[in-house]
Design a protein around this ligand. Structure first.
Ligand code: AMP
Ligand code: ZN
Length: 111
């Protein structure tokens, strides 16, 4: 989608520090990390938030999160998955994304 920063990352118009990619999913390091490991996981298909997400997309994203957790070796110590939806949640990028936060003991309130 035009003017969507995450679509531009998918199209390689904006560089990113990619950690995982497959046919449907891209994951990259957050530019403004809120934890020692902070990865953003997105579907390649543009949708604004969970409000537009279908079952298959959500399943595919969580399969990728599972792989990324093992790849980044955060599966044993643990990690947090967050998605912000809409104004009150502070969603700044209107392309569905899930934050993976890990690498230290996380505060109760983060992101
Ligand atoms: P949210 O506040 O849930 O919409 O999260 C959007 C996230 O995208 C924020 O954590 C930003 O730091 C991150 N972000 C924005 N632009 C980029 C970029 N070009 N590369 C990596 N992460 C980005
Ligand atoms: Zn997009």
């Amino acid at each position: 989608m035009e003017d969507c920063i995450f679509c531009k990352i998918i199209n390689r118009e904006i560089p990113s520090d990619t950690v995982y990619e497959d046919e449907n999913i891209l994951a990259f390091r957050d530019i403004n990390p809120q934890a020692p490991i902070h990865i953003v996981v997105i579907p390649k298909k543009h949708m604004t938030s969970v409000l537009e997400a279908d079952k298959e997309t959500i399943g595919t994203i969580f399969e990728a999160i599972n792989k990324i957790a093992k790849q980044e070796k955060i599966d044993e110590k643990g990690f947090r998955v967050i998605t912000n939806c809409g104004e009150n949640a502070g969603q700044t990028v209107k392309h569905l994304h899930f934050h993976i936060l890990a690498g230290s003991k996380l505060n109760e309130k983060i992101c």
